[in-house]
Design a protein around this ligand. Structure first.
Ligand SMILES: *[C@@H]1O[C@H](CO)[C@@H](O)[C@H](O)[C@H]1NC(C)=O
Length: 338
């Protein structure tokens, strides 16, 4: 009996010293059966973790957890880490998320980390709709961080997103490591990772197979580092299509492999007739393109160990209003202005 009293004392003293706390979503009502809606259990775990002043972990054991649209909002008192051994599954009826445009969103959070896990966006139904019908919902991206900072995503797999897989929008200091993206090469709008309006983002050891851009870069992005990227199928690394106010600065691509991708690195910051912008451009040509406007030129682009291959086809490069430097192996050779 005296031993038991001693144990209780130890427990309460460790709480007093604010030991890291773990919230298991299953303890809060989630079911890994692939059918039961676990959204509320995940939100309960988030509310508890976010309110805790010490670092907390939200643990998702093995299993398939059905999640509807879910918004994790800050600001939180301490750091929150998701440790995911299971799979988060979107509703099989694509219309449920497809009209709202969002699935899993983190807004105004600081110091959130995600380790492991699989996101299954179940997007095939929407892709089929878009291929055959006239009116389909636009679709939902799988994971989005907005207005957030100090974010780490490690070893996450995103498969079959309806549209964009991972979006980093208006964030600062974000690390994506060992992220895997898979979707059919025919899936429309399924960009792997989209970065926009964000500063100090690094993407390392990413394996991306998808139907649209492997990585797309939107306006207002600065200090973006991409290293050890495997892309293909997919459309390469691209900068968005619209004419934009904000430029893009200091983008580094180091050690990237593009195989079976439509483009290699393609940066295009303003809309011009496609006939004008790359001679001989066709859907299957592999190219490194930097096409930037005189008003918002692309600057500080660094190319290091970039190798574009597409069977036996030769790759080309073209640069307009783009400067930067190249070193190490860069194939095709760089046309960036110094
Ligand atoms: C460019 O970005 C890298 C990180 O990607 C950073 O280390 C470096 O300081 C930045 N350079 C400038 C001039 O801001």
């Amino acid at each position: 009996m005296s031993t038991m009293v001693l144990m209780i004392n130890l427990t309460s003293s460790s709480v007093a010293f604010a030991a890291p706390t773990t919230f298991n979503v299953v303890d809060l009502g989630a079911k890994g059966d692939g059918r039961t809606d676990s959204t509320r259990a995940f939100l309960r775990a988030w509310e508890s973790g976010c309110a805790s002043p010490s670092s907390t972990t939200i643990y998702v054991p093995q299993g398939r957890y059905l999640l509807n649209e879910v918004l994790f909002t800050g600001e939180c008192k301490g750091r929150v880490t998701f440790k995911i051994d299971g799979t988060l599954v979107a509703p099989s009826d694509y219309r449920i998320l497809g009209t709202s445009g969002k699935w899993i969103t983190f807004n105004k959070v600081q110091g959130v980390s995600i380790y492991g896990g699989i996101l299954d966006g179940q997007g095939a139904g929407l892709w089929a709709c878009k291929a055959t019908e006239r009116s389909c919902p636009f679709g939902a991206g799988s994971l989005e961080f907005t207005y957030s900072s100090e974010i780490t995503i490690t070893g996450l797999t995103s498969m079959n997103s309806q549209i964009f897989h991972i979006v980093i929008h208006d964030c600062k200091n974000v690390k994506l490591q060992q992220v895997q993206v898979t979707a059919s090469g025919n899936s429309p709008n399924t960009d792997g990772i989209h970065v926009q309006g964000s500063t100090d983002v690094t993407i390392t050891q990413a394996n991306i197979k998808t139907g649209d851009d492997c990585i797309s870069i939107g306006p207002g992005t600065t200090n973006l580092w991409m290293e050890n990227i495997n892309c293909g199928p997919g459309h390469g690394i691209s900068l968005g299509k619209a004419a934009n106010e904000q430029g893009v600065q200091n983008v580094t691509v180091k050690t990237a492999t593009f195989s079976g991708s439509q483009n290699g690195v393609r940066i295009k910051t303003w809309a011009r007739p496609s006939t004008g912008y790359v001679k001989g451009s066709s859907g299957s040509q592999v190219a490194m393109k930097f096409d930037c406007s005189p008003k918002t030129p692309c600057s500080g682009i660094v190319l290091n160990n970039v190798d574009l291959t597409y069977g036996s086809k030769s790759a080309s490069s073209s640069c307009i209003n783009a400067d930067g430097s190249a070193f190490g192996l860069v194939h095709p050779s760089s046309c960036l202005a110094a």
